[in-house]
Design a protein around this ligand. Structure first.
Ligand code: AMP
Length: 456
């Protein structure tokens, strides 16, 4: 299949050629013809499959005729995070360079007035996070009565972040006659309900089985005896033993992101943090540096790192086993993209056990053990420095939380809320304890071998 068989016009084909794409990805080949015919689609695809172009290309085609009126955008793309929204906007600029379409990006952390100026000038493509869009709507700065195409991207993530009520509210503000595309890596029942309620005979296009991990990703599980300190030491050891070009280190908690980043830097690693409390411009700057290779390790929470398009990432480290099994798939999908080899290593203490069962059930197999390591104390002398870092960073993060103004709707919803329907955790292999102190974990890793690369 070639791009010129999909029904796209010459200016678009030229922009695609300039972007260096030779042939459409599976989701593009499947979704673009349906969207060009005006059909609703449900796209089940992970990030990294080229799904952004699968909806932006036909949208540019559809919107190429007609003009936007002030404050009345003609199409809307809803994204769960600012970074994803900004990434989609970048895609629009690349693919839409031969069209005169106006685009506005409505995301938090950026001044309202600049966004309002854009809306006043007339917008063909509005890319927004739900909270910020509703804020503008409530101020009377945007009218949604002229939306002809709606894209809800990363719907399962919207669900995790508690955005579904906002998304539903927005959909109800749109005209009934419109085209809708919904993209999601998985299809939980709540999302199914949305598609049943708000889509017209949608076609489902699916490029990978739900919740499957890319075959190009080598997964590994490192059991760690102890708690936060031992985990940090084990991570350092693992990073040193792996040929890491660039990696994301995922933490479950925002406060751990700050502590871990500080700790890694104090141990000489080139690391930076990405979390929801950072100012938008700071987040974008960090991300840019990571993309450019100036930063090697990006320590991040799931929300902050969601859907980031960073080509050629060599490793993903799960500092914690994610609380939602779906997140494991999303996290490790950051590596091994576009057929390239990737590595996803997960650290687990007893406190992680309760989540590990769900992840392994979703995968349909255990994560292969990396070794029988215990505390990973490669440099125990430095642990006291860590502890100091840790308490200082925790203090700072508390202080910054206190001094924050009343959060906007978007900010309130940014950190994931517990899923309404949590998967029942499997029986813990050992008694799990949240206040893991490492005193009673001698059985961990017993009888497992240590691979050579960790002993080097
Ligand atoms: P996405 O899944 O939309 O985040 O896209 C992942 C990456 O694939 C991005 O870096 C895109 O620029 C790239 N990409 C999208 N479509 C193609 C294509 N047809 N050929 C090669 N790369 C592509």
């Amino acid at each position: 299949m070639q791009f010129d068989e999909l029904g796209l016009s010459d200016p678009l084909l030229k922009a695609i050629g300039d972007a260096g794409y030779e042939s459409p990805t599976a989701i593009q080949a499947e979704a673009i013809p349906h969207l060009l015919m005006g059909r609703d689609i449900i796209g089940i695809a992970q990030t990294g499959t080229g799904k952004t172009a699968s909806f932006t290309l036909p949208m540019i085609e559809i919107l190429s005729t007609g003009r936007a009126r002030a404050r009345m955008p003609r199409s809307l793309i809803l994204e769960p995070t600012r970074e994803l929204a900004a990434q989609v906007a970048e895609n629009f600029e690349i693919y839409g360079k031969n069209h005169k379409l106006n685009m506005a990006l409505l995301i938090g952390g950026v001044s309202f007035s600049d966004q309002e100026d854009k809306l006043d000038r007339g917008v063909d493509v509005l890319i927004a996070t739900p909270g910020r869009l509703l804020d503008h709507f409530e101020r009377g700065k945007v009218l949604l009565a002229d939306i002809k195409v709606l894209v809800v991207d990363e719907a399962d993530r919207m669900l995790d972040m508690g955005f579904i009520p906002d998304v539903e509210r927005i959909i109800k503000l749109l005209p009934h006659i419109r085209q809708t595309a919904m993209f999601s890596a998985t299809m939980p029942t709540e999302i199914q309900r949305l598609t049943d309620s708000y889509m017209m005979s949608p076609r489902t296009v699916q490029v990978a089985p739900q919740a499957s991990a890319a075959e190009t990703v080598t997964q590994g599980l490192l059991r760690v005896r102890g708690g936060f300190t031992e985990k940090r030491a084990a991570l350092r050891k693992l990073i040193r033993a792996s040929k890491v070009k660039n990696a994301i280190v995922f933490c479950n908690r925002k406060r751990d992101v700050a502590v871990l980043e500080k700790s890694l830097r104090s141990h000489g690693f080139n690391a930076a943090a990405l979390h929801g409390d950072m100012h938008q411009s700071e987040r974008m700057k960090t991300l840019e540096k990571f993309r450019e290779g100036e930063i090697q390790l990006l320590v991040a929470s799931d929300v902050a790192a969601r859907g980031l398009d960073i080509p050629n990432m060599s490793h993903v480290f799960n500092f914690d086993v994610p609380m939602h099994a779906d997140d494991y798939i999303h996290r490790i999908g950051r590596t091994g993209r576009a057929g390239k080899e990737g590595h996803a290593y997960t650290l687990a203490t007893r406190a992680d056990e309760k989540f590990l069962g769900s992840v392994e059930r979703l995968l349909g197999h255990p994560i292969p053990p990396l070794d029988g390591s215990d505390s990973g104390r490669d440099d125990a002398d430095n642990n006291s420095a860590d502890t100091a870092d840790q308490s200082e960073a925790r203090k700072n993060s508390d202080r910054s939380a206190e001094s924050r103004r009343k959060p906007s709707r978007e900010e309130q919803a940014r950190e994931p809320r517990p899923r309404r329907k949590l998967e029942k955790p499997s029986e813990p292999r050992r008694r799990a304890s949240d206040d893991d102190d490492g005193n009673d974990s001698s059985a961990f890793g017993k009888d497992q071998h240590t691979p050579a690369f960790l002993l080097r």
